[in-house]
Design a protein around this ligand. Structure first.
Ligand code: SAH
Length: 351
């Protein structure tokens, strides 16, 4: 008799095969060759009487499409047809789509987690019977997949949606954190180390905000020297205040230093920088450490930050992978929505 774990693994593999088969079938069905062949077969059947089932299918689809268009046009008329209404409709549609995507994300995230748990069960069972190293490997791969999946979500939605995501599925945050820690182990030079060294070189007693703090390593390292306040979407330890860093539960102008170390993840970057400026004192320092490949153009990005009411202090490349930028808050805001404040998502490769 096969061990339970092996049966589960076989089942997973079989499902994968089935999916692939179906995909192939679909591709074949729409290929011009198949359509041509079907046409010929239809024409030859029943002594010249033309039988073309593929045509009926097409007709049906066309009719459906036409009906949909008609409905849409009707709605436009009811809505007044004005540009504003059109815009509103578009926005509503976009929102609906976004919500659907979010639901999909959450559903998939859950499915992924379930798969991970299954993988864990499988590998534990097998380790106890056969000690198969391949399954350990498979488990790691599944975990890596979950991390990459959540990571991508965080970089491609607004932070408010990330908050929702973790509210609906808090476990996915742990999966993300574990994955991130796994990644950083491979880095020869984590920018966090340089930031901590820099903070240690400063006079004591500074109010330091660590935004998107992860495990709040800065507070752990320099919490005795400075007043470090650590914020993240979910609090994984008691040093952390859980919140969206676009809305900090802090008063204006209280911070000497604000740090974003690899944490500018949501697409609402502008909100994060504005919030950092709000809590900073005039002359206070904003430090941003990011993955170099995220910048379309570092100079353009820095110019945009400056327009929001900052002055550049310095820019330093940390190896080829990271850039650390330093700004000081000034009173004058040149542009409230500057061009160029964009970062590309940081997607990790499969191991
Ligand atoms: N700064 C830490 C962690 C980096 S990982 C370090 O260098 O080790 C990025 C972190 O940013 C994650 O923990 C993520 O949850 C957090 N983050 C992303 N968007 C956020 C938001 N809108 N508000 C608070 N934290 C956020």
């Amino acid at each position: 008799q096969k061990p339970k774990a092996a049966v589960i693994v076989e089942k997973i593999a079989e499902e994968g095969k089935k999916e692939k088969k179906e995909e192939k079938k679909l591709v074949k069905e729409v290929s011009p060759k198949t359509i041509e062949a079907k046409k010929e077969a239809g024409e030859e059947a029943e002594g010249g009487k033309k039988k073309r089932p593929w045509r009926n299918k097409l007709r049906k689809e066309k009719a459906k499409e036409a009906a949909r268009k008609e409905r849409e046009e009707e709605m436009e008329v009811i809505g007044g047809g004005g540009e504003d209404e059109g815009e509103k409709k578009k926005k509503k549609k976009k929102k609906k789509k976004r919500n659907a995507v979010l639901d999909e994300i959450i559903k998939d995230g859950k499915a992924a987690r379930e798969r991970m748990e299954e993988g864990e069960e499988v590998s534990a069972a097998v380790a106890s019977t056969t000690g198969d190293a391949k399954l350990e490997d498979a488990k790691e791969k599944i975990k890596g997949g979950i991390f990459r999946f959540i990571n991508e979500q965080l970089y491609t939605v607004k932070s408010a949606e990330a908050v929702e995501l973790f509210k609906k599925d808090p476990d996915s945050f742990w999966a993300y954190h574990e994955g991130f820690a796994q990644q950083t182990k491979k880095w020869p030079n984590h920018p966090l180390r340089l930031i901590i060294q820099w903070l240690l070189s400063k006079d004591s007693g500074k109010v330091v905000f660590d935004l998107g703090c992860g495990e709040a390593k800065i507070a752990e390292a320099v919490g005795k020297r400075h007043d470090v306040r650590s914020f993240d979407l979910v609090a994984v330890n008691e040093r952390i205040t859980a919140c969206d860093m676009a809305h900090l539960p802090e008063k204006d102008g209280v911070a000497d230093i604000v740090i974003f170390c690899l944490s500018l993840m949501g697409t609402n970057l502008l909100d994060f920088i504005k919030e950092a400026r709000r809590v900073l004192k005039t002359g206070g320092i904003l430090k941003i450490a990011e993955v170099t490949s995220r910048f379309v153009n570092p100079k353009m990005f820095m110019d945009a930050v400056c327009k929001l009411g900052f002055q550049v202090h310095e820019k330093k490349a940390v190896t080829d992978y990271f850039i650390i930028m330093q700004f000081a808050k000034i009173d004058k805001v040149e542009n409230k929505r500057p061009y160029g404040l964009v970062l590309k998502p940081c997607l990790y490769k499969k191991r």
